[in-house]
Write a protein that binds this ligand. Structure first.
Ligand code: NAD
Ligand code: UDP
Ligand code: UDP
Length: 317
């Protein structure tokens, strides 16, 4: 059955892929974004679809719309961007969640929250399972994002307990793919853009810190499956790729796949940069019958192909 679905942050990297998938399934999509880190070009190809509507709006302000489902993705995700205006980042997570939950309550919509592995902070448990409460600095440079997202989760569960809302909370681990902003600042886009431009690859710290990267198509499939679970399934559910590797290995893989001769330069490790991160996705496997299918090399190749076109279109990047 066709539904009317609100996607906040819909013009961003993940949001644009989600809007595309929902439209392909025959739903109507209301995409809401304030273009802080998102771009209209990410959804330009959807504008001719009669089921697609685009609205410039900041989720820290109330929004009145009639919808069946809400995917709440609005929030800058890259450390560079969420630390640019940290107060606004917390407001987006917290006031944005309150407004979207208030909307969901009024229209009895089912609501999905794009939470994050950052709720685990610099984890003392490895790999991270959903019952781990995390190790988060409440007053550091990453706190606006981490604590904002933690508070949003609290709000989601309180709206469920207090008002009976149907909620779905996904804890997303590092994800990459086409439509990341060339100046996004996160590691995959940074390394690919640097390699393609032939400028030095900036490795923070000694490069031995680890991450696990999921390709965007796999992640969006996980979103859709979680939204479609029975009402008693609330999450939080980890969504990500458990394949873990060091950031140095990532730099070397990007150099290999691009054929670039960029040198690797070492820069200081940012404060509170987690040393290791890997999702335990047993819950997603059980509840959603989901696991990532795109291997790192294939995902990187598809992302490199995207950035080759983007950089060719804009001389000098
Ligand atoms: P992104 O920066 O590309 O997208 C975020 C979108 O939200 C942008 O389009 C931005 O303009 C919009 N936005 C920001 N503040 C807003 C506001 N106040 N009102 C309306 N729109 C606003 O990042 P992304 O990677 O697509 O992330 C999407 C969501 O997924 C975020 O909530 C992020 O925290 C979460 N997430 C992403 C990852 C990842 O690796 N990509 C990992 C964990 C969590
Ligand atoms: N809200 C919104 N759209 C709606 C309904 C509510 O943006 O359709 C916002 C409104 O600004 C409100 C917030 O959501 O402050 C929380 O709503 P709720 O009904 O939970 O609380 P209250 O209205 O009592 O503050
Ligand atoms: N990183 C890096 N060079 C860059 C950007 C990031 O070495 O140009 C490192 C960063 O310090 C971190 C890892 O790559 O250890 C992942 O960083 P990202 O910002 O992508 O995500 P997060 O730290 O939020 O997982």
């Amino acid at each position: 059955m066709s539904k009317r679905i609100l996607v906040t942050g819909g013009s961003g990297f993940l949001g644009s892929h989600l809007c595309e998938r929902l439209l392909a399934k025959g739903h109507e999509v209301l995409c809401v974004d304030n273009y802080f880190t998102g771009r209209r070009t990410n959804v330009a190809h959807l504008l001719s679809n009669s089921g697609f509507e685009l609205l410039r709006h900041d989720v820290t302000f109330p929004l009145y719309a009639e919808v069946d489902e809400i995917y709440n993705l609005a929030c800058p995700a890259s450390p560079v961007h969420y630390q640019f205006d940290p107060v606004q980042t917390t407001k987006t997570s917290v006031h944005g969640a309150i407004n979207m939950l208030g909307l969901a309550k009024r229209v009895q919509a089912k609501i999905f929250q794009a939470s994050t592995s950052e709720v685990y902070g610099d984890p003392a448990v490895h790999p991270q399972t959903e019952d781990y409460w995390g190790r988060v600095n409440p007053i550091g440079p990453r706190s606006c994002y981490d604590e904002g997202k933690r508070c949003a989760e609290t709000l989601f569960f309180d709206y469920r307990r207090q008002h009976g809302l149907r909620i779905k909370v996904a804890r997303i681990f590092n994800t990459y793919g086409p439509r990341m902003h060339p100046n996004d600042g996160r590691v995959v886009s940074n390394f690919i853009v640097q390699a393609l431009k032939g400028v030095p690859i900036t490795l923070y710290g000694d490069g031995r810190q680890t991450r696990s990267f999921c390709f965007v198509d796999d992640l969006v499939e996980g979103f859709l499956r979680l939204m479609d679970t029975p009402d008693e399934v609330t999450g939080p559910v980890n969504l990500g790729n458990p394949y873990e590797f060091s950031i140095l290995e990532l730099a070397e893989k990007v150099l290999e796949l691009t054929g670039s001769r960029s040198e690797i330069v070492y820069r200081p490790l940012p404060e509170n940069d987690p040393i290791q991160r890997q999702p335990d996705i047993s819950k997603a496997k059980d509840l959603l019958d989901w696991k990532p299918t795109v291997q790192l090399e294939e995902g990187l190749s598809r992302t490199i192909a995207y950035f080759e076109v983007v950089l060719r279109g804009k001389p000098g990047g």
